[in-house]
Design a binder for this molecule. Sequence first.
Ligand code: GLN
Length: 281
Amino acid sequence: MTLEKALLEAIKEAENTDKEPEAIKLLLMELSGYTPSEFYIKYKEQADPMLLNLFEEKYKDYLYKDIPIQHILGYSYFYGRKFIVDHNVLIPRRETEELVEQVLIYSDTYFEKLETIKAIDLGCGSGCITISLALEEPKMKIEGLDISSEAIEVAKRNNKALESNVDFKVSDLFKEAKGQYDILVSNPPYIPDLEKVDKIVDKEPHVALFGGEEGLDFYELILKNARPYLKEKALIAFEHGYQQKEAIRKIAEKYFSDAIIIQKEDLQGKDRFTFIGLGGV
Ligand code: GLN
């Protein structure tokens, strides 16, 4: 059997499901270990039976077990880099790249005079935000905290693989935070507890998805406790659900009546980000 035949058969099988044929091709390329050009050279040759068996097992998992393709591949791309992901971490989302981009713009604008920018990422998961910020802004000295020790293991593996210098720690919110920060960034779990999620999303860790009755618990907890951890001039940057804009503004005003609050849409036009600036930020 050739790779071509195996791939065509799998794609045909996918047509009877709601899954993406493109993901199956990616899966075979990844499992083969070939570069794209090698792949097309080997495409019509007899393939290694071990590879074919592995491919069959994995694509069936994808087609019939509702496992996210990123979990099967073991990685996902974020801000141009490859991050290890597994069932213990949230799969990095496209819109979260925009949060990173915004924080980089803020740090260029308001913190550029600092020698080091001290930052913290609460609920860092895979470390996608944390590591991207650390690598994009060398002045950023950032810590990543998460309550899940399994997630922190994944974040540490990413830190090593991508040669970044983030300090990752298991911590219930601020518990392990030390000192005061210029920037606090967080994409906490924000889905309301009883909301029904897509069956594939449901395979992601619930601790990373659900944020209390209205999905707002972590914003409340973070903002209620943040003040002592922030410098006088500081930025809080949140991602949130697109229906949570008003509620988050209210929580922000409750604890930071002295702040400038700016809310932004993502590229899809959805209300997705809230920035809270203190001391002139
Ligand atoms: N900060 C990580 C991300 O944005 C994890 C978020 C989470 O687990 N809720 O992907």
